[in-house]
Design a protein around this ligand. Structure first.
Ligand SMILES: [Fe+2]
Ligand SMILES: [Fe+2]
Length: 161
């Protein structure tokens, strides 16, 4: 069977994020270009994770067989958000910032690889087509809204609580 739209949407975002990380890794020091790209990445990841939680993971949490995998991913979202919050407290482009960046990149790439290899196939096996269509609609609707929210909410905090 063809892959459902929700997984295609999420993977397309992951590929965009991988490309941004690759480009960021090639930039040095404190420049406007690097700051702008890092801010773009942080907004992209925050809004992706939030909309992913509101669509795919909200559904998976409601399925006993998918719950543990959903919890694992949501806890990694929190870990990445905390790491980006820690980066905001460091001097942009300093050695410490670079070390934190490479650690965050490693953890984030692990997260999205795992989603593609484990979480999405598990969900695809368990959920029906109608549920998958609803999840894609929710994701596509929430992503731009979450992008607006992310602009006003820096990572690493609990501002939305
Ligand atoms: Fe995720
Ligand atoms: Fe994801």
């Amino acid at each position: 069977m063809a892959e459902a739209q929700i997984y295609k949407d999420l993977k397309a975002d992951h590929d965009k994020q991988r490309a941004m990380l690759e480009e960021l890794a090639g930039l040095q020091g404190d420049t406007k270009k690097r700051r702008d790209l890092f801010e773009k990445f942080r907004l992209e990841v925050q809004s992706h994770a939030a909309a992913e939680e509101e669509s795919l993971y909200a559904t998976m949490l409601g399925e006993p067989d998918l719950r543990d995998e959903a919890r694992h991913s949501v806890s990694e979202h929190k870990e990445i958000d905390d790491l980006m919050g820690e980066m905001m407290d460091l001097d942009f482009g300093s050695d410490e910032w670079n070390a934190k960046f490479f650690h965050m990149r490693h953890r984030y790439e692990h997260h999205i690889d795992e989603e593609e290899e484990e979480m999405f196939p598990a969900a695809a096996k368990e959920l029906d087509a109608e549920t998958e269509i609803e999840m894609a609609e929710t994701y596509e609707e929430r992503k731009p809204e979450e992008l607006k929210l992310a602009k006003a909410n820096p990572p690493g905090g609990d501002e939305r609580d």
